[in-house]
Design a protein around this ligand. Structure first.
Ligand SMILES: [Zn+2]
Length: 292
């Protein structure tokens, strides 16, 4: 599943490719891909003829500002225009965007296609079909319509996310620290890969009761989360799963992984065999020597 670094990589790709992209045509191949009220009918009606402005990321959500212009000419600056609404996307398990400058027949997993005035296509492909997109009108807000966005915890790179905050959130809690990191209401954007990698980096066992972490461990953990996510963003996301950026390129983080998907292999730090076990239904990897 794409996590914060992969979604951030997709965001950058969309920002580069879709700068002042005018949506001339939309085709929805699978109705369930559109999660906003009114389904594909409202989605198509409201997105057609709009320009795509800035793309932002919040947790694993991608949010584009949309602007309307009566004339087909490109507005000088999207900032000068009144916002028409937002286009929000969650890739979930396998959602990905593809950019096609040549006409190519849709693959069986094509869920939604967007066309520019030049006939270029932005294609949303999703094998597992859990990916979702929303149209949000300007008189509302993405947070009002999308529960997952409203309940999101702070971004790991924000000032709000620090050791005092995390300590407050886990105080007295028995829940394993790994499960806490996967909880999007505690911190936004972390999934299985970066939870395991951050816990290794901080030297903390994934199964440890979160309430038993010392202040120093919490500080290490906050620092490790930011460090691991930044490294992965620099590598364009992960090689794991089906992740691809807009140009069809896999990230490069996998080669650097310390524990994730390295079960039974020797720890890169100490040589001990990496352990792999399910924890709250998610495969979890750790080094029994380096983490305690
Ligand atoms: Zn080790």
């Amino acid at each position: 599943m794409p996590e914060l670094p992969e979604v951030e990589t997709v965001r950058k790709g969309l920002q580069d490719r879709l700068d002042l992209f005018r949506i001339e045509g939309i085709q929805v191949f699978r109705e369930s891909a559109i999660a906003s009220p009114g389904g594909s009918k409202e989605f198509k009606k409201n997105l057609r003829g709009t320009y795509v402005g800035n793309w932002e990321r919040r947790g694993k959500y991608l949010i584009a500002s949309l602007y309307k212009s009566e004339s087909p000419s490109i507005p000088q600056s999207s900032k000068q225009k009144k916002i028409h609404g937002w286009w929000v996307v969650h890739l979930r398990m396998t959602g990905q965007f593809q950019w096609h400058e040549q006409l190519i027949a849709p693959c069986p997993y094509t869920r939604v296609s967007f066309w520019t005035q030049k006939g270029y296509e932005l294609r949303f492909v999703d094998i597992r079909s859990f990916g979702q997109m929303w149209w949000i009108p300007a008189n509302s807000s993405p947070k009002k319509i999308i529960n997952g966005l409203r309940n999101l915890g702070p971004e790991p790179f924000s000032e709000e996310f620090n050791a005092s905050y995390l300590q407050h959130r886990i105080k007295g809690k028995k829940r394993p620290i790994k499960s806490v990191l996967l909880d999007q209401t505690v911190v936004a954007g972390i999934g299985n890969i970066y939870a395991d990698e951050s816990l290794f980096s901080a030297g903390i066992l994934p199964t440890k009761s979160s309430g038993h972490l010392s202040k120093q461990e919490i500080e290490y953990l906050c620092h490790s989360i930011v460090k691991v996510l930044k490294i992965s963003i620099g590598k364009g996301g992960t090689t794991f799963s089906d992740f691809r950026d807009l140009e069809g390129i896999n990230g490069k983080y996998g080669g650097q992984a310390w524990v994730y998907r390295r079960g039974d292999k020797p720890c890169r730090k100490c040589g001990t065999k990496i352990q792999r076990e399910k924890l709250s239904g998610r495969s979890t990897h750790w080094c029994p020597t380096c983490q305690n």
